[in-house]
Design a protein around this ligand. Structure first.
Ligand SMILES: Nc1ncnc2c1ncn2[C@@H]1O[C@H](COP(=O)(O)OP(=O)(O)OP(=O)(O)O)[C@@H](O)[C@H]1O
Ligand SMILES: [Mg+2]
Length: 1055
C-alpha cells in the first residue's frame, strides 16, 4: 500500500486551495472539477474542508480508512473529512478544547451525510465498552428518528433536512462519549399543509402508511392509501430508491434504541395520524343572523373529525366550535367572533403545523432526555452544526430570509474566527501580523438583526402594531427605515437608484448578502412571523385526554392564561441564532463547506455555473484570500526538514542539530529569497505557493535520483546476497554431494569388500566343507566305488593270479571294460616280474643254457621246422661224456679248449650224398676256437676246423637235421670242401656255434643261412643242396641223394 507522508504527495490538482497559482475563480473551479473527476471530493482551504457531493457511494469510508486517518496529522494524508474529524477529536481529547464542526452548503450538497460521517468517525475512534457503546448507539440512532420527522423529499434533495440541527456531543476527560444535546432550528412546518410541486410531505407520513402493520393502521384509524389524505402530495408520493416501509421499521427500531417507550411511540403515531385527518377536514359557510358567514365542518368530513377526536381524546364539539369561533381576550373582556371559511382553513392548517412542529420539538427533547449525559462533572463538547445553507430561489420568502440571516451570522463568525485564529497563530509563532483586507459582513447582519432598525425588529414592530397590518405596510416601513443602507435595495425606497430597476418588483426588497443579492417577496412575512394559533384551538388541544397533546399545548391551560402576544417566529429565531453564535464562539471551529456539483442529483456531472455560484456564496475565495494574505503555507520545522532534507548536502541524510536550524541551512542553500519565508517559533511560513512548488519540484527530482540510487544499491545488495547465497548453497550442495559421493564410494568399497570377503570366506568354507557337499558326493562315491572296484579287482586278481610260470599264458578275465588298459599292463608287468623272478632263480649254468635256448629261438624260431622239437630238449652240450668216456680221453686231451659241445653227428658223403649215420658217425666237438670232427668209434680226429675258417652255416627250413658248415675260401680247412652234416641236435649245435662267433671279438660273426637251397663247396664242385618234401620210402627218414655234380637232393618227409 502506498504510504503517504504529506498531502503534497501525488496530488490531483492541488489538495489545498491555498496553493493554487494563480488564484482566480476559474482556477479554483478548475481545481475542484479536476479533483471531482478523479473522485477526490475533498479539498482543503487551510483547515477548512470543501466537500463535493459525489452522488455515488465511494469506498472512502471504510474501517481501513478510519484506521488510516486515525492519529495522523491534518496535512499528512490526502484531504478527507476524517482528517478534520480526527483533528477536532484529538484536540478536544488532548488539548481540552471544545470543538464545533460547522457544516454548511446548499440543499443537497451533502451536509447531513457529512455530519453522519463525522459522528461515525468519532464513534469509531473514541473509547469502547458496554456503556460507551450504548451511548454511541443512541447518539447515532437519533439520526433516523429526526430524519423521518424532519426530512422530506424536495426538488433539490430526496432526503432534505427541513430543520436546522445542532448537536453537542459530550465527552469525559478520556474522550469517551457521555451523551449529547440536540438543538433544532426552524422546522419548515408549512410543508405539513402544503408542498411545492414535485416535493413530498415529511417522510414519516409516507413511512407510517407504507410500513405500519394493518393492526397499527386500524388502531390509528388510517387507510393504507396516500390519496385519501389531502396533506399528502400525490405526484411524488414515492421516491426512487427509497423504501418507506423499510425506513419505518428502521425508525421504529431506532426509537426503541434511543429509549422511547411503546406508549410514547404510539402517542407519536397518533399525533401523526391526527395531522393527516386534520388535513381532511373541510369547511362550508353557514349564514348567521348577524349577516356574517360562519364556517362549519362539512358533513361528509364529520367522520374524520370524529376519528381524530377519538384518537386524541378530544371532545368533538369543543374542536368543532374552535373551528367556528374565535375568542379574543383583552384585559378582563372576552369577545367571541365567528370564523369564516377562510379563517377556519387557516386555523386548521395552523393547528396542523403547530401540532406537527411541536411534536417534532417534543421528539428532540425526548431524544435529548435519553441521550443526555448522566454525569454532572465537566464535559468536553463537540458540536456538529448541520444547518441549511444560503438559499437564493426565484421566489424567496420569510423562510429564506431567516435562513440567509443565519448564514450571514455563520459567515461572520467564520471570518472572525479564521482571522482570529490566523492572527493568534502569527502571534504564537512570533511573526509580524500584516493587516488583511477582507469584507466584513457585520453590516449586513446589522441590517437584519439590529434591535432598533433592523429588518426583523421592523417586522416585529409591524406585527405588534395595532391597526391594519399587511405585508405592504411592512415593506413601506422598510423602505423608509432601511433606504439608506448600502445593502438594502427596494423599488420604492427613497434611494432613487432603484426607481427604474425593473429587476426589482414592487412587492419585493433585495438584500446584498455577502454571498450575493437575494430578492425577497414580502407576501406572508407578517403572517409567518406571527405564526398565529387561535387560543381556542390551543385550549381545545390542552383539554384533550391525551398525555402528549397536553404537553404540546401548555398555553392552552386556562389556569395560565397569558394575554401577552406570543413571541414572533423572527424573534425566536434571532434569539436562538444568537445563543447558537455565542455557543459557537466559545468553541474551536472546524468548517466543512459542502458543494453540490449539479442539479440533477447525478454522479459525474460537474456544472461550472452551479459550482461557481456556490463557491461565491460560501465565500470560499474570500476564505482563500484570508488564508493567503500573510503566508500561504506553514509547516512545523520537523516535518518540513524531514520532507526536504534531501535537497541539501548538510541536511542529508541526517541533520544533527535542531530542526529549525536545519531548515535555515536548507533554505539558504537553496537560495530561496528571504522575503519568501519567515521563521516562526515552531513553524516555517512560506509566503507564496510557488516557493513551495519550487521545493516540491526539487524534491521530486531529487527523489528520482535517490530512487535510482536506492534501486542501484538495492539491486547490488540483492545480487550480492543472492550470489553469496548461491555460493553458500553451492558449498553446502558440494559438501553434501562430496559426502554423498564418498559415502557412496565407501559403501561401494565396503560392499565390494564384503562381497570379496564373503566369496573368500565362502570359498574357504566351501573348500573346507567341499567334502560334505552334495556336488562332491558323486566324485567321492565315484572315487569310493572305483576304489572299491579296484580293491575288489585287486583282491580278485590276487586270488586268481596265474602261476609263476613264465610260459603260463593264462590271465584272469578283466571284470570291467575300463580296466582294460591297466589289466593288460598289469598282465605285462606281472609277466615281466614273473620272468624276472623266474630268471632270478637261475644258476649261471642254467642261465647260460637258457641264453643258448634264447639264441636258438632268435635264430630258428619260425624259420626252421625242426626248431619246435628242440625247445623241450635241454642243451646238455656233452652228449658223449667226453671227459668221462675213456674212449674219448685222447680226443679230449687233443682239444685244448674246453669242449662246449660233444655229440655224434652224421656226415653226408660228399660223393654220393649218402648219409653216414652208422657208417660214418662222427663225434662233433666244439670249442671256443675250433670244431673237431672225430670218429665215433675211435675218437680219431678226422677234421679240425678253426672257427676262424668258418664263414657260414646253411640249414634248410624243414625238420631235417642237415647243416652245411661253409669254410672260407682259401683257408686250410677248405681243401676238402665244406662239411655237410646232419644231427638231431642241429638247433643246439648251430646255436652254440653262432654264440661263439658272437662272443669272440676277433672272429666275424658266423652267418646262419636258412634256406631250402644253398650251395656247398665239395672239393672243386659247387653243389646245390636242395631240400624237397619227400615221400617216406624208406620209413620216416630223410633221404639224401646226389643227383649230379651239381645237385644234391634231400627229401624231407613232411611232418
Ligand atoms: N459523501 C457522500 N457520498 C455519497 N453520497 C453522498 C455524499 N454526500 C451526499 N450524498 C448524496 O447526496 C444526498 C444529499 O445529501 P444530504 O442529505 O447530506 O444533503 P444536505 O446538504 O443535508 O441537504 P439539505 O440541506 O437538503 O438537508 C444524499 O442523500 C446522498 O445520496
Ligand atoms: Mg440535510
Amino acid at each position: 500500500m502506498e504510504v503517504k507522508t504529506s498531502l503534497l504527495d501525488n496530488m490531483i490538482g492541488v489538495g489545498d486551495m491555498v496553493l493554487i497559482e494563480p488564484l482566480s475563480e476559474d482556477t479554483f473551479i478548475e481545481n475542484l472539477r479536476k479533483r471531482f473527476e478523479h473522485n477526490e471530493i475533498y479539498t482543503y482551504i487551510g483547515s477548512v474542508v470543501i466537500s463535493m457531493n459525489p452522488y455515488k457511494s465511494l469506498p472512502i469510508y471504510t474501517a481501513e480508512k478510519v484506521e488510516e486517518y486515525r492519529n495522523r496529522n491534518f496535512y499528512e494524508l490526502s484531504p478527507h473529512i476524517y482528517a478534520l474529524a480526527d483533528e477536532a477529536y484529538r484536540s478536544l481529547r488532548d488539548q481540552d478544547k471544545d470543538q464545533c464542526i460547522l457544516i454548511t452548503g446548499e440543499s443537497g450538497a451533502g451536509k447531513t451525510e457529512a455530519s453522519k460521517f463525522v459522528m461515525s468517525y468519532v464513534a469509531a475512534v473514541c473509547g469502547k465498552g458496554q456503556e460507551v457503546n450504548k451511548v454511541k448507539e443512541q447518539l447515532l440512532q437519533s439520526n433516523p428518528v429526526l430524519e423521518a420527522f424532519g426530512n422530506a423529499k424536495t426538488v433539490r434533495n430526496d432526503n432534505s433536512s427541513r430543520f436546522g440541527k445542532y448537536m453537542d456531543i459530550e465527552f469525559d476527560f478520556k474522550g469517551d462519549p457521555l451523551g449529547g444535546v440536540i438543538s433544532n432550528y426552524l422546522l419548515e412546518k408549512s410543508r405539513v399543509v402544503k408542498q411545492p410541486r414535485g416535493e413530498r410531505n415529511f417522510h414519516i407520513f409516507y413511512q407510517l402508511l407504507s410500513g405500519a402493520s394493518d393492526d397499527t393502521l386500524k388502531k390509528l384509524k388510517l387507510d393504507r392509501d396516500f390519496s385519501k389524505y389531502n396533506y399528502l402530495s400525490l405526484d411524488s408520493a414515492t421516491v426512487n430508491g427509497l423504501d418507506d416501509a423499510a425506513c419505518f421499521r428502521t425508525v421504529r427500531n431506532a426509537m426503541q434504541i434511543v429509549g422511547f417507550m411503546e406508549d410514547e411511540v404510539q402517542s407519536v403515531l397518533e399525533l401523526v395520524a391526527a395531522v393527516l385527518k386534520l388535513g381532511n377536514l373541510e369547511f362550508k359557510p353557514e349564514s348567521r343572523c348577524n349577516g356574517f358567514d360562519e364556517s362549519r365542518i362539512k358533513d361528509k368530513n364529520g367522520e374524520y373529525l370524529k376519528e381524530m377526536c377519538e384518537l386524541l381524546g378530544i371532545e368533538q364539539s369543543v374542536l368543532e366550535r374552535a373551528f367556528s369561533f374565535r375568542t379574543v381576550e383583552a384585559k378582563m373582556e372576552k369577545v367571541s367572533t365567528t370564523l369564516n371559511v377562510a379563517q377556519a382553513y387557516y386555523a386548521r392548517d395552523a393547528l396542523a403545523k403547530n401540532l406537527y412542529s411541536r411534536l417534532f420539538s417534543w421528539l428532540v427533547n425526548r431524544i435529548n432526555e435519553s441521550i443526555k449525559a448522566q454525569t454532572k462533572s465537566r464535559k468536553k463538547v463537540m458540536g456538529v452544526l448541520d444547518i441549511y445553507g444560503f438559499e437564493i430561489f426565484e421566489d424567496n420568502s420569510f423562510e429564506q430570509f431567516i435562513i440567509n440571516y443565519c448564514n450571514e451570522k455563520l459567515q461572520q463568525i467564520f471570518i472572525e474566527l479564521t482571522l482570529r485564529e490566523e492572527q493568534e497563530e502569527y502571534i504564537r509563532e512570533g511573526i509580524e501580523w500584516t493587516n488583511i483586507e477582507y469584507f466584513n459582513n457585520a453590516i449586513i447582519c446589522d441590517l437584519i438583526e439590529n434591535n432598533k432598525n433592523g429588518i426583523l425588529a421592523m417586522l416585529d414592530e409591524e406585527c405588534l402594531r395595532p391597526g391594519t397590518v399587511t405585508d405592504e405596510t411592512f415593506l413601506d416601513k422598510l423602505n423608509t427605515v432601511c433606504a439608506e443602507h448600502q445593502h438594502f435595495e427596494s423599488r420604492q425606497s427613497k434611494n432613487s437608484k432603484f426607481l427604474t430597476d425593473h429587476s426589482l418588483p414592487h412587492n419585493c426588497f433585495r438584500i446584498q448578502h455577502y454571498a450575493g443579492k437575494v430578492l425577497y417577496r414580502v407576501e406572508g412575512f407578517v403572517d409567518k412571523n406571527n405564526d398565529l394559533l387561535y387560543r381556542d384551538l390551543s385550549q381545545a388541544m390542552y383539554k384533550a385526554n391525551h398525555s402528549l397533546i397536553k404537553i404540546l399545548f401548555p398555553e392552552g391551560n386556562p389556569a395560565k392564561v397569558n394575554l401577552k402576544r406570543p413571541l414572533t417566529a423572527g424573534f425566536q429565531f434571532r434569539a436562538s441564532v444568537g445563543t447558537l453564535m455565542k455557543n459557537l464562539l466559545t468553541k474551536n471551529p472546524n468548517y466543512i463547506r459542502c458543494i453540490k456539483p449539479n442539479d440533477k442529483k447525478a454522479a459525474h456531472i460537474f456544472t461550472d455555473s452551479l459550482v461557481c455560484h456556490q463557491v461565491r456564496y460560501l465565500g470560499l475565495m474570500e476564505n482563500v484570500r484570508v488564508r493567503r494574505a500573510g503566508y500561504a503555507f506553514r509547516q512545523a520545522y520537523e516535518p518540513c526538514l524531514e520532507r526536504y532534507k534531501m535537497l541539501c548536502k548538510q541536511t542529508w541524510p541526517h541533520w544533527k542539530g535542531p530542526a529549525r536550524e536545519g531548515v535555515e541551512v536548507l533554505l539558504k542553500n537553496l537560495q530561496v529569497p528571504a522575503e519568501e519565508f519567515a521563521y516562526g517559533r515552531s513553524k516555517i511560513f512560506i509566503r507564496n505557493p510557488r516557493t513551495l512548488f519550487f521545493l516540491e519540484e526539487k524534491r521530486r527530482q531529487c527523489l528520482e535520483d535517490l530512487a535510482t540510487l536506492i534501486q542501484k544499491i538495492y539491486r547490488g545488495w540483492k545480487c550480492r546476497t543472492h550470489f553469496l547465497l548461491l555460493k553458500k548453497s553451492q558449498v553446502v550442495v558440494a559438501a553434501w554431494y562430496r559426502r554423498f559421493a564418498q559415502q557412496k564410494k565407501y559403501q561401494n568399497i565396503r560392499s565390494s569388500a564384503l562381497v570379496v570377503q564373503s566369496y573368500i570366506r565362502g570359498w574357504k568354507v566351501r573348500r573346507e566343507y567341499r567334502k560334505f557337499f552334495r556336488a562332491n558326493a558323486g566324485k567321492k562315491i565315484y572315487d569310493f566305488t572305483i576304489q572299491r572296484i579296484m580293491q575288489k579287482y585287486f583282491m580278485g586278481l590276487k586270488k586268481t593270479m596265474p602261476s609263476m610260470s613264465p610260459v603260463d599264458k593264462s590271465w584272469p578275465a578283466r571284470p570291467y571294460g575300463f580296466l582294460d588298459g591297466m589289466h593288460q599292463e598289469l598282465r605285462r608287468i606281472f609277466h615281466l616280474w614273473r620272468c624276472k623272478k623266474y630268471r632270478s632263480q637261475f644258476t649261471e649254468e642254467k642261465k647260460a643254457t637258457y641264453e643258448e635256448k634264447l639264441a636258438a629261438s632268435e635264430l630258428f624260431k619260425d624259420k626252421k621246422a625242426l626248431y619246435p622239437s628242440s625247445v623241450g630238449q635241454p642243451f646238455k652240450g656233452d652228449y658223449v661224456e667226453i671227459t668221462k668216456n675213456p674212449k674219448y680221453q685222447k680226443l679230449n686231451s687233443l682239444v685244448e679248449d674246453k669242449v662246449l659241445l660233444a655229440d655224434v653227428v652224421s656226415k653226408i658223403n660228399r660223393a654220393n650224398g649218402k648219409v653216414r649215420t652208422i657208417s660214418s658217425p662222427r663225434i662233433f666237438l666244439l670249442t671256443k676256437k675250433s670244431l673237431v670232427l672225430a670218429d665215433q668209434k675211435t675218437g680219431q680226429v678226422k677234421a679240425s676246423v678253426p672257427l676262424l675258417d668258418l664263414s657260414s652255416v646253411s640249414v634248410s627250413t624243414q625238420s631235417d637235421g642237415f647243416f652245411a658248415l661253409k669254410l672260407k675260401e682259401g683257408s686250410t680247412s677248405a681243401a676238402k670242401g665244406d662239411f655237410l652234416l646232419s644231427s638231431d641236435r642241429l638247433i643246439e649245435i648251430i646255436t652254440k656255434l653262432h654264440r661263439i662267433g658272437a662272443a669272440s671279438a676277433e672272429r666275424n660273426q658266423i652267418n646262419i643261412d636258412i634256406s631250402d637251397e644253398f650251395l656247398v663247396q665239395f672239393k672243386q664242385d659247387k653243389v646245390c643242396v636242395k631240400f624237397i618234401p619227400g615221400t617216406p620210402k624208406n620209413g620216416n627218414g630223410v633221404a639224401c641223394k646226389r643227383k649230379n655234380n651239381r645237385l644234391l637232393e634231400v627229401s624231407v618227409p613232411s611232418p
